[in-house]
Design a protein around this ligand. Structure first.
Ligand SMILES: [Zn+2]
Length: 312
């Protein structure tokens, strides 16, 4: 009897340390945020793309590759999105659980928009990406839109897949993950409701994007983007190109043009000069938001607020 009591005491005293979940790695900030919500207080997830750089055409630094060395489970969008992970993941032990969330959550993909008023996608760094071994992925990437995280309904699916993978990897915490996932889904549903209210007044207002990242978001909230403009973030467009772009903005009767942080204000201003359309900067992956549980909710709320303020 006494022995049993001791055992119980030791178990009780050591349980907080045992509860710490280690070895969870997430690729980009929005995914990391959802993973942290499911982990709750049971542990932390290491984040790979930490700064304000775009995940497109990203190249891993040695310190980031090192984060993967202690991984037990890795969450990311898809081999076709985080192409920078394909090789490092193939070098990991086969027991490391890889969770490409698009597939794990069974999210239906939309075709990338590339015809008509939609200009082909180019991203910073993709020029060199073409020369490395993921050429076949690049081609695939051109057909499917991988910005799946930009809709709460997809995030709900992802939370389910995250809970499942974490529970399989750390079965002792399964109950905690289940409760956290249920709470996160509740918060995501509330977010969805809030965004619906914010965006209702600007449904159908035409706008143009610099970077076609918001298809899932638009679909969810009845928004109407009418085209995209492809400009290189690093290179000033020619006078001829600026003229073309201005003609397109007025021709499509765009109320607003949305750029992203990788495009300088000077570039946006030169393109928008003389136009009656307004412009705003959108952030697709939380470039300037502190990583953590709240990031996902702040990210989507900001996109909705910027769209509403520009389109109204
Ligand atoms: Zn993107």
């Amino acid at each position: 009897m006494k022995k049993l009591l001791w055992a119980a005491l030791i178990l009780f005293a050591s349980s907080p340390a045992m509860a710490e979940v280690e070895g969870v790695v997430s690729s980009i900030k929005p995914i990391h945020s959802l993973v942290e919500n499911v982990l709750g207080d049971s542990g932390k997830s290491a984040l790979i793309v930490t700064g304000n750089q775009s995940p497109h055409g990203y190249h891993l630094r040695p310190s980031e590759v090192k984060k993967l060395s202690t991984a037990r489970v890795v969450f990311y969008i898809d081999d076709d999105f985080e192409t920078f992970l394909v090789k490092p993941l193939s070098n990991l032990d086969k027991n490391v659980v890889r969770v490409p969330l698009v597939k794990a959550a069974g999210i239906p993909l939309l075709e990338a928009r590339t015809s008509g008023t939609w200009e082909a996608h180019i991203h910073a760094g993709e020029e060199d990406a073409k020369h490395d071994e993921h050429e076949e992925n690049d081609e695939h990437h051109a057909h499917e839109d991988m910005h799946v995280w930009l809709a709460p309904e997809n995030a709900i699916q992802m939370v389910g897949a995250i809970e499942k993978a974490l529970s399989e990897t750390y079965p002792a915490q399964a109950k905690t993950f289940h409760a956290n996932a249920a709470h996160t889904i509740k918060k995501l549903n509330a977010l969805d409701k809030k965004l619906r209210t914010t965006l209702k007044p600007v449904e159908g207002k035409p706008y143009i994007v610099f970077h076609d990242a918001f298809q899932y978001f638009e679909k969810a909230y009845g928004l109407t983007s009418v085209g995209s403009i492809t400009l290189s973030p690093e290179q000033a467009p020619s006078a001829k190109r600026i003229k073309e772009v201005r003609a397109k903005v007025s021709g499509l009767k765009a109320v607003c043009v949305f750029s992203e942080a990788q495009f300088s204000k000077r570039l946006v201003d030169s393109v928008m000069e003389g136009s009656t359309a307004k412009s705003r900067v959108l952030d697709e992956h939380g470039a300037n938001i502190q990583p953590g549980k709240d990031l996902y909710f702040i990210l989507l709320s900001r996109i909705a607020e910027r769209m509403e303020s520009c389109l109204k």
